[in-house]
Unconditional design. Structure first.
Length: 393
């Protein structure tokens, strides 16, 4: 019995994580178990229930994001779960509190996440873990776009591309806090019903119609605010659709991502065609409109104390008032990352795509039924690192 107790006492607690081993496609991602780290001073360790997947994660996996750690690393910005441990100097929120956390140095795609205590926020009682994991990136981005930079006012008109995605839904819901805002959006026809229900007045299928021509029929002078996550040649179109005194706000480069692997040719074309009138001072002056960019990752790393407290307070208040509610597209086991990523790559998601740290993998269920060993599994006694799954690609 004594020997058994000693063996249990020395057992290393591990942290299951989705690791990016190098830039590229899904074959560069794998599940690993590593020894659990203690929170450092000023940190909180969260036992993660759900974590979010964002388009910026796709860019980071292909080496197109400039602030992510070098591989091998764990991606993921946002988590929801319970406070499991405090670092030195931290006492709040109490152990066991249901929270959402923003990982400003990544690391969210894991069973346990270390998060700065200033970026851990108690969740409302009626908020699910899935909603908590879907809230921070999308709604903080939309808040920055509309209010901090866009200065959204009563009677304004707004164009939002990728209207049926997570940020698109957040933009629609946050716009309801300002009277008489008219929202236009672009997305595929199959997603129009969901986007209209979220609050868009008019939607244009960018695959079937010239959205510039269609929108100018509705708003001949353009709109007050254009939210541009596309980049490339679409940025020129967005500038064209911004009316005088308006704002063209860039917050993504989706046109550079066409699949799971990076295309150098596609990236070069996107970059070369990404020039706006902002490169020409005289044209910019004559246009009498503003061009700017928003990078939530940098703001939440370097400037969050100037922004996050009020933004989070407003967002949680609006959630409690029933004004906002995150739209969940799908929830995937961490081991099923290939399915989750492919859904985003193929532009099929309507709302947020999430990981669940408790949900069983489809592969695990199938293999359990057939009594076959799990592919890639090794004997944990042989190493402190265990690769449980790799991509099915």
């Amino acid at each position: 019995m004594a020997e058994q107790s000693n063996e249990q006492a020395t057992t290393t607690i591990t942290n299951r994580r989705l690791v990016l081993t190098g830039y590229g496609g899904l074959d560069k991602l794998q599940i690993e178990n590593r020894p659990l780290k203690e929170p450092r001073q000023g940190e909180i360790r969260i036992k993660v229930e759900n974590c979010g997947i964002n388009f910026s994660d796709m860019m980071a996996c292909q080496g197109l994001y400039r602030i992510n750690p070098k591989p091998p690393c764990v991606m993921g910005y946002e988590v929801a779960g319970t406070v499991e441990s405090h670092g030195i100097g931290v006492t709040q929120p109490p152990i066991g509190t249901r929270v959402m956390g923003y990982c400003n140095n990544f690391g969210g795609w894991s069973e346990f996440a270390l998060v700065p205590c200033d970026l851990v926020f108690p969740m409302p009682e009626n908020m699910s873990f899935e909603e908590g994991a879907a809230l921070l990136v999308n709604y903080l981005t939309a808040y920055l776009l509309l209010f901090t930079f866009g200065n959204l006012r009563e009677g304004n008109t707004v164009l939002c591309h990728m209207a049926a995605g997570g940020v698109g839904h957040a933009v629609a819901q946050l716009s309801k806090t300002v009277p008489n805002v008219t929202l236009y959006g672009t997305c595929s026809t199959s997603k129009h019903e969901n986007a209209l229900a979220a609050g868009y007045k008019q939607l244009i299928d960018y695959r079937k119609a010239d959205y510039v021509k269609e929108l100018l029929l509705l708003e001949p002078d353009g709109v007050n605010i254009v939210l541009d996550p596309l980049g490339g040649s679409d940025s020129k179109k967005c500038y064209r659709l911004t009316k005088p005194f308006g704002k063209h706000i860039v917050y993504g480069l989706a046109n550079a991502i066409t699949g799971e692997k990076r295309s150098v040719i596609r990236l070069a074309k996107t970059w070369m065609s990404n020039t706006t009138a902002g490169k020409d001072p005289l044209t910019l002056m004559n246009g009498n409109k503003m061009v700017g960019g928003v990078h939530l990752g940098i703001i939440m790393k370097d400037y969050y104390k100037d922004f996050a407290p009020k933004a989070i307070a407003d967002i949680i208040r609006w959630y409690n008032e029933g004004i906002i509610k995150p739209k969940i597209d799908s929830v995937h086991a961490l081991e099923d990352f290939a399915d989750a990523f492919q859904r985003i790559h193929d532009r099929k998601n309507v709302g947020k795509v999430l990981f669940s740290l408790k949900q069983k993998s489809k592969s695990a269920i199938i293999q359990k039924e057939t009594k076959a060993p799990i592919a890639g599994q090794t004997n944990q006694k042989d190493s402190d690192e265990k690769v449980v799954y790799q991509s099915k690609e």
